[in-house]
Design a protein around this ligand. Sequence first.
Ligand code: GDP
Ligand code: CA
Length: 338
Amino acid sequence: MPPSQPSQPPARLPARITVLSGGVGGARFLQGVLRLVERTSSDTAVTVVANTADDIWVHGLKVCPDLDTVMYTLGDGIDTERGWGRRAETWNAKEELASYGVEPTWFGLGDRDIATHLVRTQMLDAGFPLSEVTAALCRRWQPGVELLPMTDDRVETHVVIDDPASGERRAVHFQEYWIRHQAAVLAHAVVPIGLDEAKPGPGVLEAIGEADLVLVPPSNPVVSVGTILGVPGIRDALAATKAPVVGVSGIIGQDHVHGMARQLLEVIGVEVSAAGVAEHYGARAVGGLLDGWLVDTVDEAAVARVNAAGIRCRAVPLWMTDHDATADMVVAALDLVR
Ligand code: GDP
Ligand code: CA
């Protein structure tokens, strides 16, 4: 085989793979999972348990950034440059709203995207739970996975910051911290409001309990994977499942890749390194999350430390440069726990 060919995939993929996903990082990882399914001609069913704690009400519309990023990315509707939102987007409604002086003006609400939020909000108003709304939206986008919100209940991550305008300490919605303030203000705490009382969405515990493999993408360990794990019942389901649980580091070479992993890891007191995040998740054998953990080749030296924490570990290239490169990461994840 010429060296440019993708690495040899395993003969057969597990029948049921469940992935705990945030937005952009999770969605790109899922493209690799689906590429591997395609490459091996497997009839694997992929179920995604997606974070909903980034959800926000804007101008009367319910916006679910992580659900939509996964849905648009896998449904080929994403703006690949931005990584979020609709391709060929226009911003007329946003401009009109700003002309009325209506806040928030910092939230990117595109005209095409608004249609999704209108459908969602109308269905929620009519009494449908978010899980059913998501299924309805996916009938258009056909993402090739079953996309499950982690919960149908309202959960919103807030971040306690020093407000740059007033100098006072206050809690703002995660989106305000991340988009308006670009994560550049001092953060003191991450507070997932409503998480303690949330119930897992329909099918979530089954998807974990009946999986043959659970994958944790390089999604944000605090505000994506962290909030999924915080839904009461999900940790227990992960502890109990017969499926191995393998994660992929979103930290490469002692730095975050894209996104705000660094600031938020520091807020919760986790070392910003591939090994630090693995230790934070912990080994399943001692009540943690992971059986296996992939670190990037530049973090080869972290392998021994992760092994010492009771987690099988390997160093492989972790840049999701294209779908085949990402599919190779999934092959490595499978090898680790085979
Ligand atoms: P969000 O909800 O849109 O912030 O997306 P996620 O939480 O799913 O993923 C964001 C994380 O993905 C970032 O914090 C990065 O650490 C990670 N990430 C992005 N691109 C790559 C990549 O190419 N390789 C790896 N290993 N991690 C990545
Ligand atoms: Ca997110």
